[in-house]
Ligand binder design. Structure first.
Ligand SMILES: *Cc1c(COP(=O)(O)O)cnc(C)c1O
Length: 394
């Protein structure tokens, strides 16, 4: 069980100085960090101002190394298989643009795939003569495993598996999809941006080749952080599309040597304060007990999934079998942006997910936009009920 009082006391954004107090339902967008994250970042920025960024970073070398250890513990990976990044998209692209592609190669994307992934796939397909194909969804709305089995052949070089989409509660059967993809030798890149921090992630069990995630969403880290996991054999053999003096070493006038592990997917320069903040966020999650946090998120989302459909005119738009902490819905006759703005007047924060972010899925379902409520473990049930009452009053 999660100590809700402790979690709320640890979260400065929960403080209800304002009247009415805040109801924060956007952890799928950019969550509220715990105080330890805020303090870690601010303290490091202060230190940089006192002694300069290089000395400040040198003072924290152990803590910087511990960032990857903490992430490794969370996702069951060796620290050397993790590359720190500044966003999930950058992490995804760092791996994707390094995959050799040629005319006739096939890239498969999930129907729920994220716009940035699809755009990158389309760009590379144009440049190389590869094709991009959609993996259909089954009647429940999740990735169709039978369809995937029928689609794959040895020309498939990459399967982009979207674990949990940005626009709703769907959780795709990632491990099963990975098994199918790998049976023909295709690489699997898992977009775990919306699952990391709210659902169990075990890369050994999932058996993916690579995984991308962001810091600011369910992990409650700072903005401008993210990471890439790369299977150790690949991290030791794959040539990244771009290199610098950290990802490789200039060993002779016309020679360089790649870093031996996943750090070959990193550049040298980074926001050290944000990185330390990401480490603090992951350690905080590990301290609370990830299973406790996941359970608390799920209970809150289920509370909303029960309450919202009871309001006339409200339709919950979540598809699939297993559900994440993202609850998306529409309100008849009220535009999604108007819903968001009217809730904001009452200090209730939700966001709108538009068709362009998940084009295949949204156009497939004839949706222009959905309102997205994504409660983290620090949101009280009383706050959830205030949100539900505000929707009913629309
Ligand atoms: C937010 C999101 C991303 C992108 O994350 P960034 O850190 O903004 O790059 C990728 N995939 C999904 C499913 C997302 O929801």
């Amino acid at each position: 069980m999660l100590a809700e009082d402790r979690v709320r006391a640890d979260t400065p954004g929960c403080a209800s100085g304002a009247e009415p107090g805040p109801v924060f339902l956007d952890s799928a967008g950019s969550s509220l960090p715990p105080r330890v994250v805020l303090d870690t970042v601010v303290d490091h920025l202060r230190r940089e101002a006192e002694v300069g960024g290089y000395r400040a970073a040198n003072e924290r070398l152990d803590d910087l190394a511990a960032v990857k250890s903490a992430i490794g513990t969370l996702i069951n990976a060796a620290p050397s298989s993790i590359a720190l990044s500044d966003s999930a998209t950058r992490a995804w692209a760092d791996f994707f643009y390094s995959i050799p592609l040629a005319e006739g190669d096939r890239i498969l994307v999930s129907e729920a795939d994220y716009a940035s992934n699809a755009i990158a796939a389309l760009q590379r397909a144009r440049a190389t003569g590869a094709t991009v194909e959609k993996i259909p969804s089954d009647s429940t709305g999740q990735l169709d495993l039978d369809a995937l089995s029928a689609l794959v052949d040895e020309r498939v070089k990459l399967v982009s598996v979207l674990h949990a989409p940005t626009n709703g509660g769907l959780v795709n059967p990632a491990a099963e999809a990975t098994r199918i993809a790998r049976s023909v030798g295709a690489l699997v890149l898992l977009d775990a941006c919306q699952s990391t921090g709210q659902l169990p992630i075990d890369v050994a069990e999932l058996d993916v080749d690579a995984l991308s995630a962001t810091g600011r969403k369910w992990l409650r880290g700072p903005r401008g952080t993210g990471f890439l996991y790369v299977r150790p054999e690949l991290a030791a053999t794959m040539e990244p599309a771009r290199l610098d003096l950290h990802s490789a070493e200039w060993t002779a006038p016309d020679e360089y040597r790649l870093a031996p592990d996943a750090s070959r997917f990193e550049f040298w320069e980074c926001d050290v304060a944000a990185r330390l903040g990401l480490g603090a966020a992951v350690r905080y999650l590990l301290e609370l007990g990830p299973a406790n946090v996941y359970e608390a998120i799920s209970a809150r989302a289920e509370h909303l999934r029960k309450a919202l459909p009871e309001i006339p005119g409200v339709t919950v738009r979540d598809i699939g079998v297993q559900h994440s902490g993202i609850v998306s819905f529409t309100v008849d006759g009220v535009d999604s942006l108007a819903v968001r703005d009217r809730l904001a007047e009452q200090n209730i924060t939700v966001t709108v997910s538009r068709a362009g972010s998940t084009l295949l899925d949204m156009t497939g379902r004839g949706l222009q936009s959905v309102v997205r409520a994504s409660p983290h473990c620090f949101v009280s049930f009383e706050e959830l009920d205030r949100f539900v009452a505000a929707i009913a009053a629309l």
